[in-house]
Design a protein around this ligand. Structure first.
Ligand SMILES: *[C@@H]1O[C@H](CO)[C@@H](O)[C@H](O)[C@H]1NC(C)=O
Ligand SMILES: *[C@@H]1O[C@H](CO)[C@@H](O)[C@H](O)[C@H]1NC(C)=O
Ligand SMILES: *[C@@H]1O[C@H](CO)[C@@H](O)[C@H](O)[C@H]1NC(C)=O
Ligand SMILES: [Cu+2]
Length: 395
Protein backbone atom coordinates (compact mmCIF):
# COMPACT_ATOMS: atom_id res chain seq x y z
CA UNK A 1 0.00 0.00 0.00
CA UNK A 2 1.32 3.39 -0.91
CA UNK A 3 1.52 6.09 1.64
CA UNK A 4 1.21 9.17 -0.44
CA UNK A 5 2.84 12.39 0.56
CA UNK A 6 1.13 14.50 3.10
CA UNK A 7 -1.07 17.33 1.97
CA UNK A 8 -0.23 19.81 4.66
CA UNK A 9 -2.54 22.55 3.47
CA UNK A 10 -5.57 20.31 3.49
CA UNK A 11 -4.68 18.99 6.91
CA UNK A 12 -4.72 22.43 8.39
CA UNK A 13 -8.32 22.93 7.36
CA UNK A 14 -10.23 21.50 10.31
CA UNK A 15 -7.45 21.82 12.84
CA UNK A 16 -8.46 24.91 14.69
CA UNK A 17 -12.13 24.08 14.98
CA UNK A 18 -11.94 21.32 17.51
CA UNK A 19 -13.06 23.33 20.48
CA UNK A 20 -16.01 25.17 19.01
CA UNK A 21 -19.60 24.15 19.25
CA UNK A 22 -22.08 25.89 17.05
CA UNK A 23 -25.74 25.45 17.57
CA UNK A 24 -28.15 26.99 15.15
CA UNK A 25 -31.80 26.31 15.57
CA UNK A 26 -34.24 27.92 13.23
CA UNK A 27 -37.66 29.07 14.25
CA UNK A 28 -39.59 26.07 13.03
CA UNK A 29 -38.38 23.09 14.98
CA UNK A 30 -40.09 19.90 14.02
CA UNK A 31 -40.69 17.40 16.78
CA UNK A 32 -42.43 14.55 15.08
CA UNK A 33 -42.97 11.22 16.76
CA UNK A 34 -43.50 11.43 20.51
CA UNK A 35 -41.20 9.29 22.57
CA UNK A 36 -40.49 9.02 26.28
CA UNK A 37 -36.79 9.62 25.80
CA UNK A 38 -37.09 12.47 23.39
CA UNK A 39 -36.57 16.07 24.17
CA UNK A 40 -37.81 18.43 21.56
CA UNK A 41 -36.68 21.98 21.83
CA UNK A 42 -39.21 24.26 20.27
CA UNK A 43 -37.69 27.54 21.31
CA UNK A 44 -35.82 29.45 18.64
CA UNK A 45 -32.18 29.93 19.49
CA UNK A 46 -28.85 30.55 17.98
CA UNK A 47 -25.71 30.36 20.00
CA UNK A 48 -22.00 29.79 19.76
CA UNK A 49 -20.32 28.14 22.70
CA UNK A 50 -16.58 28.12 23.13
CA UNK A 51 -16.00 24.76 24.72
CA UNK A 52 -16.28 21.31 23.21
CA UNK A 53 -19.42 19.96 24.70
CA UNK A 54 -22.33 17.73 24.15
CA UNK A 55 -24.54 18.43 21.19
CA UNK A 56 -27.43 20.64 22.15
CA UNK A 57 -30.58 19.11 23.52
CA UNK A 58 -32.31 20.28 20.37
CA UNK A 59 -30.60 17.38 18.73
CA UNK A 60 -30.45 14.83 21.48
CA UNK A 61 -33.10 12.56 20.07
CA UNK A 62 -32.33 10.05 17.41
CA UNK A 63 -35.08 10.70 14.97
CA UNK A 64 -36.12 14.26 15.56
CA UNK A 65 -34.80 17.02 13.42
CA UNK A 66 -34.85 15.20 10.15
CA UNK A 67 -35.69 18.46 8.56
CA UNK A 68 -33.05 20.93 7.59
CA UNK A 69 -34.61 23.42 9.93
CA UNK A 70 -32.72 21.98 12.88
CA UNK A 71 -28.99 21.75 12.65
CA UNK A 72 -26.78 21.13 15.61
CA UNK A 73 -23.29 19.84 15.23
CA UNK A 74 -20.44 19.48 17.68
CA UNK A 75 -18.08 20.84 15.01
CA UNK A 76 -18.59 23.66 12.54
CA UNK A 77 -20.19 22.47 9.32
CA UNK A 78 -17.58 21.60 6.70
CA UNK A 79 -18.11 22.11 3.00
CA UNK A 80 -19.74 18.69 2.60
CA UNK A 81 -22.04 19.28 5.57
CA UNK A 82 -23.07 22.58 4.01
CA UNK A 83 -23.79 20.87 0.70
CA UNK A 84 -25.87 18.31 2.56
CA UNK A 85 -27.79 21.03 4.38
CA UNK A 86 -28.45 23.06 1.29
CA UNK A 87 -29.70 19.99 -0.56
CA UNK A 88 -32.36 19.08 1.99
CA UNK A 89 -34.79 21.38 0.21
CA UNK A 90 -34.35 19.37 -2.97
CA UNK A 91 -35.13 16.25 -1.00
CA UNK A 92 -38.28 17.85 0.40
CA UNK A 93 -39.43 18.93 -3.01
CA UNK A 94 -38.77 15.49 -4.40
CA UNK A 95 -40.70 13.86 -1.57
CA UNK A 96 -43.67 16.16 -2.14
CA UNK A 97 -44.02 14.45 -5.48
CA UNK A 98 -43.91 11.05 -3.76
CA UNK A 99 -46.23 11.61 -0.82
CA UNK A 100 -46.16 8.09 0.52
CA UNK A 101 -42.66 6.97 -0.46
CA UNK A 102 -43.60 3.58 0.96
CA UNK A 103 -44.34 5.13 4.34
CA UNK A 104 -40.98 6.80 4.83
CA UNK A 105 -41.33 10.52 5.41
CA UNK A 106 -39.16 13.29 6.80
CA UNK A 107 -41.33 13.14 9.89
CA UNK A 108 -40.43 9.58 10.78
CA UNK A 109 -37.12 9.02 9.04
CA UNK A 110 -34.19 7.83 11.18
CA UNK A 111 -31.24 10.16 11.35
CA UNK A 112 -27.73 8.76 11.45
CA UNK A 113 -25.40 11.15 13.18
CA UNK A 114 -21.68 11.76 13.35
CA UNK A 115 -19.75 10.18 16.24
CA UNK A 116 -19.11 13.50 17.99
CA UNK A 117 -22.69 14.61 17.50
CA UNK A 118 -23.78 11.77 19.76
CA UNK A 119 -23.62 12.55 23.46
CA UNK A 120 -20.97 10.67 25.44
CA UNK A 121 -23.78 8.49 26.85
CA UNK A 122 -25.02 7.71 23.33
CA UNK A 123 -21.50 6.78 22.21
CA UNK A 124 -21.26 4.42 25.14
CA UNK A 125 -24.63 2.89 24.27
CA UNK A 126 -23.42 2.23 20.76
CA UNK A 127 -20.19 0.69 22.06
CA UNK A 128 -22.14 -1.49 24.48
CA UNK A 129 -24.33 -2.76 21.66
CA UNK A 130 -21.29 -3.62 19.51
CA UNK A 131 -19.78 -5.49 22.45
CA UNK A 132 -23.07 -7.31 22.85
CA UNK A 133 -22.95 -8.43 19.21
CA UNK A 134 -19.39 -9.60 19.86
CA UNK A 135 -20.62 -11.81 22.68
CA UNK A 136 -23.73 -13.24 21.03
CA UNK A 137 -23.51 -16.69 19.45
CA UNK A 138 -22.93 -16.84 15.70
CA UNK A 139 -25.51 -18.03 13.22
CA UNK A 140 -22.96 -19.19 10.65
CA UNK A 141 -22.81 -22.97 10.38
CA UNK A 142 -19.56 -24.28 11.83
CA UNK A 143 -18.64 -26.16 8.67
CA UNK A 144 -18.86 -22.96 6.61
CA UNK A 145 -17.20 -20.57 9.06
CA UNK A 146 -15.15 -22.55 11.56
CA UNK A 147 -13.66 -19.39 13.03
CA UNK A 148 -16.84 -17.47 13.86
CA UNK A 149 -17.38 -17.00 17.58
CA UNK A 150 -20.06 -14.28 17.55
CA UNK A 151 -22.75 -12.50 15.55
CA UNK A 152 -20.17 -9.80 14.97
CA UNK A 153 -18.02 -12.47 13.31
CA UNK A 154 -20.94 -13.51 11.11
CA UNK A 155 -20.71 -10.09 9.48
CA UNK A 156 -16.93 -10.28 9.14
CA UNK A 157 -17.23 -13.74 7.56
CA UNK A 158 -19.78 -12.55 5.02
CA UNK A 159 -17.46 -9.72 3.96
CA UNK A 160 -14.42 -12.00 3.74
CA UNK A 161 -16.35 -14.57 1.74
CA UNK A 162 -17.53 -12.02 -0.84
CA UNK A 163 -14.66 -9.54 -0.88
CA UNK A 164 -13.70 -10.45 -4.43
CA UNK A 165 -17.16 -9.75 -5.79
CA UNK A 166 -18.14 -6.57 -3.92
CA UNK A 167 -15.29 -4.14 -4.55
CA UNK A 168 -14.74 -2.31 -7.81
CA UNK A 169 -18.01 -3.85 -8.98
CA UNK A 170 -21.55 -2.69 -9.76
CA UNK A 171 -22.76 -3.76 -6.31
CA UNK A 172 -20.06 -2.03 -4.24
CA UNK A 173 -22.20 0.83 -2.94
CA UNK A 174 -25.46 -1.06 -2.55
CA UNK A 175 -23.80 -4.11 -0.97
CA UNK A 176 -22.10 -2.00 1.67
CA UNK A 177 -25.28 0.05 2.24
CA UNK A 178 -27.25 -3.11 2.93
CA UNK A 179 -24.42 -4.49 5.04
CA UNK A 180 -24.27 -1.44 7.35
CA UNK A 181 -28.06 -1.27 7.52
CA UNK A 182 -28.27 -4.94 8.49
CA UNK A 183 -25.56 -4.48 11.11
CA UNK A 184 -27.48 -1.52 12.56
CA UNK A 185 -30.62 -3.67 12.60
CA UNK A 186 -28.77 -6.44 14.47
CA UNK A 187 -27.53 -3.93 17.05
CA UNK A 188 -31.07 -2.71 17.57
CA UNK A 189 -33.00 -5.97 17.42
CA UNK A 190 -30.50 -8.38 18.94
CA UNK A 191 -28.69 -6.07 21.35
CA UNK A 192 -31.31 -3.57 22.45
CA UNK A 193 -29.62 -0.55 20.91
CA UNK A 194 -32.07 2.32 20.58
CA UNK A 195 -29.94 4.68 18.49
CA UNK A 196 -28.90 4.50 14.86
CA UNK A 197 -25.62 3.72 13.14
CA UNK A 198 -23.20 6.62 13.69
CA UNK A 199 -20.83 7.70 10.94
CA UNK A 200 -17.28 9.02 10.92
CA UNK A 201 -16.96 12.37 9.21
CA UNK A 202 -13.31 11.91 8.24
CA UNK A 203 -12.63 15.60 7.91
CA UNK A 204 -13.33 16.34 11.56
CA UNK A 205 -10.39 14.33 12.78
CA UNK A 206 -8.13 14.32 9.73
CA UNK A 207 -5.54 16.65 11.27
CA UNK A 208 -4.96 14.33 14.21
CA UNK A 209 -7.10 11.19 14.13
CA UNK A 210 -5.33 9.44 17.03
CA UNK A 211 -6.37 12.23 19.40
CA UNK A 212 -9.95 12.48 18.20
CA UNK A 213 -13.15 11.51 20.04
CA UNK A 214 -13.22 8.44 17.80
CA UNK A 215 -9.72 7.13 18.50
CA UNK A 216 -8.47 8.83 21.67
CA UNK A 217 -8.71 5.55 23.57
CA UNK A 218 -11.03 6.69 26.33
CA UNK A 219 -14.23 4.96 27.42
CA UNK A 220 -16.40 6.73 24.86
CA UNK A 221 -14.05 6.19 21.92
CA UNK A 222 -13.84 3.25 19.55
CA UNK A 223 -10.46 2.48 21.19
CA UNK A 224 -7.09 3.96 20.45
CA UNK A 225 -3.98 3.33 18.42
CA UNK A 226 -1.45 0.55 18.87
CA UNK A 227 1.86 1.46 20.41
CA UNK A 228 4.98 0.23 18.63
CA UNK A 229 3.02 -2.07 16.37
CA UNK A 230 1.53 -3.99 19.28
CA UNK A 231 -2.04 -4.59 20.36
CA UNK A 232 -4.56 -1.84 20.95
CA UNK A 233 -4.49 -1.46 24.73
CA UNK A 234 -6.83 1.45 25.38
CA UNK A 235 -10.57 1.85 25.28
CA UNK A 236 -13.58 -0.45 25.03
CA UNK A 237 -12.14 -2.78 22.39
CA UNK A 238 -8.72 -3.32 23.96
CA UNK A 239 -9.64 -6.88 24.78
CA UNK A 240 -11.38 -7.58 21.49
CA UNK A 241 -10.29 -10.87 20.01
CA UNK A 242 -10.08 -10.81 16.23
CA UNK A 243 -11.02 -14.29 15.05
CA UNK A 244 -11.26 -14.28 11.25
CA UNK A 245 -8.84 -13.52 8.47
CA UNK A 246 -6.22 -12.52 7.73
CA UNK A 247 -7.10 -12.43 4.08
CA UNK A 248 -9.49 -14.97 2.64
CA UNK A 249 -9.63 -17.20 5.69
CA UNK A 250 -12.66 -18.25 7.71
CA UNK A 251 -10.60 -20.39 10.08
CA UNK A 252 -10.19 -19.62 13.78
CA UNK A 253 -7.12 -17.40 14.10
CA UNK A 254 -7.53 -15.57 17.40
CA UNK A 255 -5.32 -12.51 17.81
CA UNK A 256 -5.46 -9.00 19.20
CA UNK A 257 -6.70 -5.89 17.46
CA UNK A 258 -3.92 -3.74 15.99
CA UNK A 259 -4.07 -0.27 14.48
CA UNK A 260 -1.68 1.97 12.68
CA UNK A 261 -3.51 5.28 12.69
CA UNK A 262 -2.21 7.45 9.90
CA UNK A 263 -2.35 11.20 9.44
CA UNK A 264 -1.07 10.96 5.88
CA UNK A 265 -3.91 8.61 4.98
CA UNK A 266 -6.40 10.83 6.76
CA UNK A 267 -5.21 13.67 4.55
CA UNK A 268 -6.83 11.78 1.63
CA UNK A 269 -10.22 12.15 3.28
CA UNK A 270 -10.54 15.86 3.94
CA UNK A 271 -13.78 17.63 3.10
CA UNK A 272 -12.36 19.35 0.03
CA UNK A 273 -11.63 15.94 -1.50
CA UNK A 274 -15.04 14.54 -0.59
CA UNK A 275 -16.72 17.65 -1.94
CA UNK A 276 -14.83 17.33 -5.23
CA UNK A 277 -15.85 13.68 -5.46
CA UNK A 278 -19.51 14.57 -4.99
CA UNK A 279 -19.67 17.61 -7.20
CA UNK A 280 -17.44 16.48 -10.08
CA UNK A 281 -18.80 12.98 -10.58
CA UNK A 282 -21.44 13.25 -13.28
CA UNK A 283 -22.65 9.68 -13.17
CA UNK A 284 -22.52 6.71 -10.85
CA UNK A 285 -19.67 5.09 -12.78
CA UNK A 286 -17.32 8.01 -12.25
CA UNK A 287 -18.55 8.51 -8.70
CA UNK A 288 -17.86 4.95 -7.57
CA UNK A 289 -14.59 4.71 -9.48
CA UNK A 290 -13.26 7.96 -8.05
CA UNK A 291 -14.39 7.01 -4.59
CA UNK A 292 -12.56 3.67 -4.71
CA UNK A 293 -9.40 4.92 -6.43
CA UNK A 294 -6.15 4.93 -4.46
CA UNK A 295 -5.60 7.53 -3.24
CA UNK A 296 -9.24 8.26 -2.53
CA UNK A 297 -11.64 8.60 0.36
CA UNK A 298 -12.59 4.93 0.59
CA UNK A 299 -9.02 3.64 0.81
CA UNK A 300 -7.99 6.69 2.81
CA UNK A 301 -10.47 5.93 5.57
CA UNK A 302 -9.52 2.26 5.74
CA UNK A 303 -5.82 3.05 5.89
CA UNK A 304 -6.32 5.82 8.41
CA UNK A 305 -7.27 2.93 10.73
CA UNK A 306 -4.65 0.56 9.35
CA UNK A 307 -3.27 -2.44 11.20
CA UNK A 308 -4.94 -5.82 11.54
CA UNK A 309 -7.64 -6.32 10.46
CA UNK A 310 -8.22 -2.63 9.55
CA UNK A 311 -5.94 -2.63 6.52
CA UNK A 312 -7.01 -6.08 5.34
CA UNK A 313 -9.47 -5.69 2.49
CA UNK A 314 -11.06 -9.06 3.36
CA UNK A 315 -11.24 -8.93 7.16
CA UNK A 316 -11.48 -5.15 7.70
CA UNK A 317 -14.97 -5.32 9.31
CA UNK A 318 -13.24 -7.15 12.18
CA UNK A 319 -12.27 -3.69 13.43
CA UNK A 320 -15.59 -2.18 14.55
CA UNK A 321 -14.66 1.27 13.23
CA UNK A 322 -15.30 -0.21 9.78
CA UNK A 323 -19.03 0.44 10.18
CA UNK A 324 -18.55 4.12 10.96
CA UNK A 325 -16.28 4.48 7.95
CA UNK A 326 -18.73 2.73 5.65
CA UNK A 327 -21.63 4.74 7.03
CA UNK A 328 -19.71 7.83 5.86
CA UNK A 329 -19.14 6.18 2.47
CA UNK A 330 -22.89 5.64 2.35
CA UNK A 331 -23.57 9.22 3.44
CA UNK A 332 -21.39 10.55 0.65
CA UNK A 333 -23.26 8.41 -1.86
CA UNK A 334 -26.57 9.68 -0.40
CA UNK A 335 -25.45 13.30 -0.72
CA UNK A 336 -24.37 12.60 -4.30
CA UNK A 337 -27.74 11.00 -5.05
CA UNK A 338 -29.59 13.97 -3.56
CA UNK A 339 -28.07 16.37 -6.05
CA UNK A 340 -30.34 14.91 -8.73
CA UNK A 341 -32.73 12.47 -7.14
CA UNK A 342 -34.91 11.47 -10.11
CA UNK A 343 -31.88 10.40 -12.10
CA UNK A 344 -29.50 9.23 -9.42
CA UNK A 345 -31.88 7.08 -7.43
CA UNK A 346 -31.89 4.62 -10.30
CA UNK A 347 -28.30 4.63 -11.51
CA UNK A 348 -26.29 1.41 -11.42
CA UNK A 349 -23.04 0.92 -13.32
CA UNK A 350 -19.98 -1.27 -13.30
CA UNK A 351 -19.57 -4.95 -13.85
CA UNK A 352 -20.31 -8.18 -12.08
CA UNK A 353 -17.23 -9.91 -10.72
CA UNK A 354 -16.32 -13.09 -12.53
CA UNK A 355 -18.67 -12.72 -15.47
CA UNK A 356 -17.58 -9.27 -16.57
CA UNK A 357 -21.14 -8.50 -17.71
CA UNK A 358 -22.58 -5.11 -16.73
CA UNK A 359 -24.39 -5.14 -13.41
CA UNK A 360 -28.09 -4.23 -13.27
CA UNK A 361 -30.55 -3.23 -10.59
CA UNK A 362 -31.96 -6.73 -10.69
CA UNK A 363 -28.75 -8.35 -9.49
CA UNK A 364 -29.01 -9.73 -6.00
CA UNK A 365 -27.10 -8.53 -2.97
CA UNK A 366 -26.43 -11.44 -0.63
CA UNK A 367 -25.46 -11.10 3.03
CA UNK A 368 -25.34 -14.80 3.89
CA UNK A 369 -26.80 -15.63 7.30
CA UNK A 370 -27.30 -11.97 8.13
CA UNK A 371 -30.19 -11.06 5.85
CA UNK A 372 -32.24 -12.23 2.87
CA UNK A 373 -30.78 -11.57 -0.57
CA UNK A 374 -32.39 -8.53 -2.23
CA UNK A 375 -32.08 -6.73 -5.55
CA UNK A 376 -29.77 -3.74 -5.92
CA UNK A 377 -32.88 -1.79 -6.95
CA UNK A 378 -34.25 -2.23 -3.44
CA UNK A 379 -31.20 -0.55 -1.95
CA UNK A 380 -30.88 2.61 -4.01
CA UNK A 381 -33.24 4.77 -1.97
CA UNK A 382 -32.49 5.22 1.74
CA UNK A 383 -35.96 6.73 2.13
CA UNK A 384 -38.21 3.91 1.08
CA UNK A 385 -35.87 1.13 -0.01
CA UNK A 386 -36.64 -2.47 0.93
CA UNK A 387 -40.33 -1.70 0.61
CA UNK A 388 -40.11 1.09 3.15
CA UNK A 389 -38.08 -0.80 5.74
CA UNK A 390 -35.05 1.25 4.81
CA UNK A 391 -35.84 4.73 6.05
CA UNK A 392 -32.94 6.89 7.09
CA UNK A 393 -30.98 9.98 6.26
CA UNK A 394 -27.77 11.50 7.56
CA UNK A 395 -27.20 14.71 9.44
C1 LIG B 1 -43.96 6.64 8.84
O1 LIG B 1 -45.27 7.12 8.97
C2 LIG B 1 -46.19 6.58 8.01
C3 LIG B 1 -47.50 7.28 8.19
O2 LIG B 1 -47.35 8.64 8.10
C4 LIG B 1 -46.31 5.09 8.20
O3 LIG B 1 -47.16 4.56 7.20
C5 LIG B 1 -44.96 4.45 8.10
O4 LIG B 1 -45.04 3.07 8.42
C6 LIG B 1 -43.96 5.11 9.03
N1 LIG B 1 -42.65 4.57 8.75
C7 LIG B 1 -41.76 4.35 9.68
C8 LIG B 1 -40.45 3.80 9.21
O5 LIG B 1 -41.93 4.58 10.85
C1 LIG C 1 -13.45 11.00 26.05
O1 LIG C 1 -13.15 11.89 25.01
C2 LIG C 1 -14.26 12.63 24.51
C3 LIG C 1 -13.78 13.48 23.36
O2 LIG C 1 -12.76 14.34 23.72
C4 LIG C 1 -14.89 13.45 25.63
O3 LIG C 1 -16.05 14.09 25.15
C5 LIG C 1 -15.24 12.55 26.78
O4 LIG C 1 -15.76 13.28 27.84
C6 LIG C 1 -13.98 11.81 27.22
N1 LIG C 1 -14.16 11.02 28.43
C7 LIG C 1 -14.88 9.92 28.60
C8 LIG C 1 -14.80 9.29 29.95
O5 LIG C 1 -15.55 9.43 27.76
C1 LIG D 1 -19.53 -18.00 0.57
O1 LIG D 1 -19.97 -17.78 -0.73
C2 LIG D 1 -20.42 -18.93 -1.42
C3 LIG D 1 -20.81 -18.54 -2.82
O2 LIG D 1 -19.72 -17.94 -3.46
C4 LIG D 1 -21.59 -19.56 -0.69
O3 LIG D 1 -21.98 -20.73 -1.32
C5 LIG D 1 -21.22 -19.82 0.74
O4 LIG D 1 -22.35 -20.24 1.47
C6 LIG D 1 -20.68 -18.55 1.39
N1 LIG D 1 -20.23 -18.81 2.73
C7 LIG D 1 -20.56 -18.01 3.73
C8 LIG D 1 -19.96 -18.35 5.03
O5 LIG D 1 -21.31 -17.07 3.62
CU1 LIG E 1 -15.85 -3.86 1.75
Amino acid sequence: MHVTSLVAGALLLGASHATITIVVTATTTICPVPSPTRTCDTSPESSVASTPTEPSSAYSSSTAAASSTVIARAYPADIVDRLRDSTMDKLKTYLQGQPSNRGCTLENVSVRREWSDLSVAEREQYIAAVKCLQSTSPKSPKHLVPGARSRFDDFVATHINQTNSIHGTANFLSWHRYYVWTYEKALREECGYSGFQPYWNWDRYAADPANSPLFNGNASSMSGNSENGGCVTSGPFSSLQVNLGPGFSLAYRPRCLKRDISKSQAAQTTADKTYALITRSRDIASFQDTMQAVPGVHAGGHFTIGGDPGSDIYASPGDPVFYLHHAMIDRVWWIWQMQDLPSRLTQVAGSVAGSGRPGTGNDLVDLGVNAPAVAINDLLDTMGGLDGQMCYIYL
